[in-house]
Design a binder for this molecule. Structure first.
Ligand code: HEM
Length: 444
C-alpha cells in the first residue's frame, strides 16, 4: 500500500486565525511560522479546500519553478479573474498560456523596451515639475500616477483623449475599491455565501469594458495598424502558430492584465525604494554620487536590494503536476505550493544580515535566480520584469537628481495590503525640500 505523504505542519491555530494573521500581519505571520515550524509550512485560509504549502529554501523554489507542467492554485483565479477576465495570460495554463507568452513578450524586451525611455522621461519630468518645494504628499500615489501614464502610453500609443481620461479614472477607482484588506475579506465571505464578491464595482468594470472595446475598434480601423509600435497594435497584428489571432474579448483581458499588473506593482516598488533610501542617508549619498558620475550599476543594485527587502508580490504559487522532491522535502502532486518570497529574501543562509538595506551586496554579485524571486520564476516569471526595472531606473534617476526629499515620518513604513501586493501602509509621505530644473534635452 502506498502511504500518503504528509504535508509540512500547520500553525496550531485554525483557518480563521490564519486568514486574519495573513491579512493584517503577513510578515509577522510568516516569520513566526518559519521560526516555529521551519522553512516549509502549510497554511489554511478561509474559503480554500486545500492547504497551501509555503516554501522558502532556494532548492524547493527551484524545484517548484522549473517544473513546467505545474498548474495554478485556485487563489490566483479567485483574486484576479473578476477584474482581469478569464483569458488573462496570468490565468491561462499549459499550451494556451505559453502561446500568449510568446506573443506578449517582444514588446517588453531589448530595443523595443528602450524605445519607451523618452516616454517615461517625459512623464516623470512633468510629474516633478508639478511638485512645489515645501509640498508634502504620499509618494506612492504620485508613483501610481506616473506608472499608469507610462503603461497607458505603452499599451495604446497615446495617453490623451476623453476615452483614456475616463479609463484612467475608472482604473484608479476600481483598484482603490478592490484593494483594501477589508474589501478582500468581504470578498472571501461573499464567495462562501455565494453572493457577488464584486458588488459595487460591477458597473465601473462594465464601463471599462465599453471603453476598451471602443479603443480596440478604433485601432482596427487604423490604416497604419501593422506599422504602429504600441502594444495593442502589436497584439492585434500578431498571430499564433496556427495562424489565428486574439479576438476582441481576449484583447480586452490581456490589456486589462498589462494595465493593472504593469502599473500598481511598479509604483509600489518605487514607493518602497524611496522609503528605504530616505531612511538610509549614507546609501542615498552613495547612489547620488554614482548617478552624478553617470553610472548605472549602483542604481541597479539599489533596485535589486529594495525588491529583495520589500518584495511587492508576496506569493507566486503553483498546483503541483508532479511530486516535488528535494533533499528535505517531499510534496505530493496536487498540492498547492507557493514560494514565500519575503522569507526566501530574508533568510540569513541566503543573505548575511538579511534585514539590513545594503545595495552593495548586489554590486559584485548578480542576484541568485532562486534566492531572489520578486518576479516569481520559470515559465510564468513576470513578463514585465525587465520593463519594470527599466522604468524604475528612469524614475529614480530623475527624482533623485532633481529633488531633495525628506520622509515626513522617519520610521520605517508598515506593510499594508493592497490587492495582491504588500505596499507601504501610509503611502510613504514625503516633503519636497528643494527642486532643480530639468536638464535641457540633448541637442540633436
Ligand atoms: C516591480 C514590478 C513588478 C513586480 C514585483 C511583478 C511581480 C510579478 C510576479 C511575482 C508575477 C507572478 C510570477 C509567477 O507566477 O512566477 C508576475 C507576473 C506577471 N507580470 Fe509582473 N511584476 C511587476 C511589473 C510588471 C509589469 C511592468 C508588467 C507589464 C507591463 C507585468 C506583467 C506581468 C504579467 C503579464 C504576468 C503574468 C506572467 C505569466 O503568467 O506568464 N508585471 N509579476
Amino acid at each position: 500500500m502506498i502511504r500518503p505523504v504528509p504535508l509540512p505542519p500547520e500553525p496550531p491555530r485554525g483557518p480563521l486565525w490564519q486568514t486574519l494573521a495573513w491579512s493584517f500581519r503577513p510578515l509577522a505571520f510568516m516569520a513566526h511560522n518559519r521560526e516555529q515550524i521551519g522553512s516549509a509550512f502549510s497554511v489554511r485560509f478561509l474559503g480554500f479546500e486545500r492547504p497551501m504549502v509555503m516554501v522558502s529554501d532556494p532548492a524547493a523554489v527551484k524545484a517548484l519553478y522549473t517544473e513546467r507542467r505545474n498548474g495554478l492554485p485556485p487563489g490566483r483565479k479567485f483574486a484576479l479573474e473578476p477584474v482581469l477576465g478569464p483569458r488573462s495570460v496570468l490565468l491561462l495554463e499549459g499550451e494556451e498560456h505559453m502561446a500568449r507568452r510568446r506573443l506578449m513578450l517582444p514588446p517588453f524586451h531589448g530595443e523595443r523596451m528602450r524605445s519607451y525611455e523618452s516616454v517615461v522621461g517625459e512623464i516623470v519630468t512633468a510629474e516633478i515639475d508639478s511638485w512645489q518645494p515645501g509640498a508634502a504628499f504620499p509618494i506612492h500615489a504620485r508613483m501610481q500616477a506616473v506608472t499608469l501614464e507610462v503603461i497607458l502610453r505603452a499599451v495604446f500609443g497615446v495617453a490623451a483623449g476623453p476615452r483614456l481620461d475616463r479609463l484612467r479614472v475608472l482604473l484608479r477607482d476600481i483598484l482603490a475599491e478592490t484593494g483594501s484588506t477589508r474589501r478582500q475579506l468581504l470578498g472571501l465571505v461573499a464567495r462562501r455565501r455565494g453572493s457577488d464578491p464584486l458588488e459595487g464595482v460591477r458597473e465601473r468594470l462594465a464601463a471599462v469594458d465599453e471603453l476598451m472595446f471602443a479603443e480596440i475598434a478604433e485601432h482596427r480601423r487604423r490604416p497604419d495598424l501593422a506599422e504602429r509600435d504600441d502594444i495593442l497594435s502589436m497584439l492585434m497584428t500578431a498571430s499564433f502558430e496556427d495562424g489565428s489571432s486574439m479576438d476582441d474579448k481576449e484583447l480586452r483581458d490581456q490589456l486589462m492584465t498589462l494595465l493593472i499588473a504593469g502599473h500598481e506593482t511598479t509604483a509600489t516598488a518605487l514607493a518602497w525604494t524611496f522609503d528605504l533610501l530616505l531612511r538610509h542617508p549614507v546609501e542615498l549619498g552613495r547612489l547620488r554620487m554614482s548617478l552624478e558620475a553617470g553610472e548605472e550599476a549602483h542604481l541597479k543594485a539599489t533596485i535589486a536590494e529594495s525588491l529583495r527587502l520589500r518584495p511587492v508580490v508576496p506569493i507566486a504559487g503553483r498546483r503541483l503536476a508532479e511530486d516535488l522532491v528535494t533533499d528535505d522535502l517531499h510534496l505530493p502532486a496536487g498540492t498547492d505550493v507557493t514560494a514565500a518570497i519575503w522569507l526566501t529574501h530574508t533568510d540569513p543562509a541566503n543573505y548575511p544580515e538579511p534585514f539590513a538595506f545594503r545595495p552593495e551586496r548586489f554590486l559584485e554579485t548578480a542576484p541568485d535566480t532562486y534566492a531572489w524571486i520578486p518576479f516569481g520564476g520559470g515559465v510564468r516569471r513576470c513578463l514585465g520584469a525587465a520593463f519594470a526595472e527599466f522604468e524604475m531606473r528612469i524614475v529614480l534617476r530623475e527624482v533623485l537628481t532633481r529633488c531633495d526629499l525628506r520622509k515626513l515620518d522617519p520610521h520605517p513604513e508598515h506593510t499594508g495590503r493592497r490587492n495582491i501586493t504588500f505596499s507601504p501602509r501610509a503611502g510613504t509621505p514625503v516633503v519636497i525640500e528643494s527642486r532643480r530644473p530639468a536638464r535641457a534635452p540633448a541637442l540633436a
